[in-house]
Design a protein around this ligand. Structure first.
Ligand code: UD1
Length: 434
């Protein structure tokens, strides 16, 4: 398994460019299942989850071209001949977002067979809200041998109120409703930019969707969708990770190619911590020229502070003066990074859904283990300010969602390198979903 070897102490200086949003690209690729014409997606990040989704679609009979070049990262997906509307356990267990194919498959093919995702490092993460919603749209759902089967001649529009806000649940039902007969009203929807981006793609494909980005989305079902070309939004979590890295290392870092509006909650928090933040067009500059001050954080649905930035923020809080209370409201078990940070010298106590971080304590390099995607990012950040060398094991987690993070960080002055074992790379990612 690959590892990162990081030597701390260098401030990050210069400009780093953000890739396309993995969490917007995944539902957009699934949306291609809704039409028999090609869907062209640009700004696709070169990360492992996208490769998993490519395999998932290809296994159903889709033609998927995926190319990464200097100028553009593009995929063309054509789902003209879908032979097998199934998402196998082998793929779903490596990436829970595979369940996003459920809605589009049942809407277009009238049938879908998708493995239940099972356990997850950061909490239970059921998909009951996706299934309840599909039932309201008229699908017959059954479960057998660990698989969900959904069937419907044609889905029927309905009013669906999500009991709890769910990002992929909103996306799954949004896609399903585009081809349903009549009007669907989704209430208590996720308002994440990735939902808005998906709706923009679907509308380009001929869907009639209003209200994406608000709590209520109205979808007027159509008979057929057509092909489209769409550029995926920048990855706000990757951007946020670099911003925290710049601030934490006392650097002067420009994060370019991002959308500052999507990062409001984080930017406000960084300013509260004493970091200078300047936005200019699609770039954000952070200057960590003063001492960091601790500040409390509560994770919430968008536009609140993202749970996907909680672990990285905790790394920063270990280096801030005073006590910071980090409350995780979205997932019940998302503090796996805390114990690894403690091994590096942090003072973090977990009390239920709260982590009490007492700063600032010097960090020292250690051998640590990544447990999930964002936890790995937090360990990379901590290593950048630790004394000596940190070796992070299981970086396949970080490869799921960050494009060439070591190269991007090296480009702005970090001392980070990847070491691999003698196993071929494709064998190095065990099946763990998060
Ligand atoms: C998405 C993101 C993930 C992010 C999360 C929260 C993608 C591919 N992933 O995950 O990076 O951390 O949003 O912002 O976009 N829940 C249920 N039943 C359901 C669905 C969800 O109880 O059917 C619960 C979950 O267990 C969790 C909460 O709802 O406690 C929110 O989860 P959800 O928004 O669905 O997360 P994902 O869409 O899986």
């Amino acid at each position: 398994m690959d590892k990162f070897v990081i030597r701390g102490g260098n401030p990050l200086l210069g400009t780093v460019r953000v890739s396309g949003a993995k969490n917007a690209a995944l539902p957009s690729m699934a949306a291609a299942l809704l039409t028999d014409e090609p869907v062209i997606l640009e700004n696709i990040p070169q990360v492992r989850d996208i490769e998993t989704e490519r395999k998932l679609l290809a296994a159903m009979g889709a033609e998927v071209e995926l190319g990464y070049g200097r100028a553009q990262h593009r995929t063309t997906i054509c789902c003209r001949n879908l032979s097998s509307p199934e998402a196998s356990y082998d793929l779903v267990k490596t990436m829970r977002a595979s369940t996003l194919v459920l809605g589009p498959l049942v809407a277009r093919m009238g049938t879908a067979r998708v493995s239940l995702p099972g356990g997850c490092a950061i909490g239970a993460r059921p998909i009951d809200l996706h299934l309840n919603g599909l039932e309201k749209l008229g699908a017959k759902i059954s479960q057998e041998h660990g698989y969900i089967e959904a069937r419907a001649d044609r889905l029927q529009g309905a009013r669906i109120v999500f009991e709890k806000i769910t990002v992929t649940g909103t996306e799954d039902l949004l896609m399903a409703a585009t081809l349903a007969e009549g009007e669907t009203i989704l209430e208590n929807c996720a308002r994440e930019p990735e939902v808005v981006d998906l709706a923009a793609l679907l509308n380009k494909m001929g869907a009639q969707i209003d209200g994406a980005g608000s709590h209520t989305i109205r979808i007027h079902g159509v008979q057929k969708l057509h092909g489209a070309r769409h550029r995926i939004i920048p990855d706000r979590i990757e951007a946020g990770t670099f911003l925290v890295a710049g601030a934490l290392t006392g650097g002067d870092l420009m994060v370019s190619g991002c959308e500052p509006l999507h990062l409001n909650a984080l930017l406000q928090k960084l300013e509260e911590c004493g970091v200078t933040v300047r936005c200019n067009g699609d770039s954000i500059r952070v200057i960590g020229d003063g001492p960091l001050k601790g500040a409390d954080v509560v994770t919430e649905e968008y536009p609140g502070f993202p749970t996907d930035m909680q672990a990285q923020y905790m790394a920063l809080a270990t280096q801030a003066e005073g006590t910071s209370i980090v409350t995780e409201n979205i997932f019940e078990n998302r503090f796996m990074h805390a114990q690894e940070l403690v091994r590096m010298g942090a003072n973090v106590k977990i009390e239920g859904s709260r982590a009490v971080v007492r700063g600032r304590t010097p960090l020292s390099g250690a051998a640590v283990q990544a447990s999930d995607l964002r936890a790995s990012a937090s360990l990379v950040l901590a290593a950048l300010v630790a004394d000596g060398e940190t070796i992070i094991d299981r970086v396949y987690h970080i490869d799921r969602g960050y494009e060439h993070i070591e190269e991007k960080l090296r480009g702005v002055g970090a001392q980070i390198r990847r070491i691999g074992e003698l196993l071929p790379r494709r064998m190095t990612a065990p099946a763990v979903a998060s």
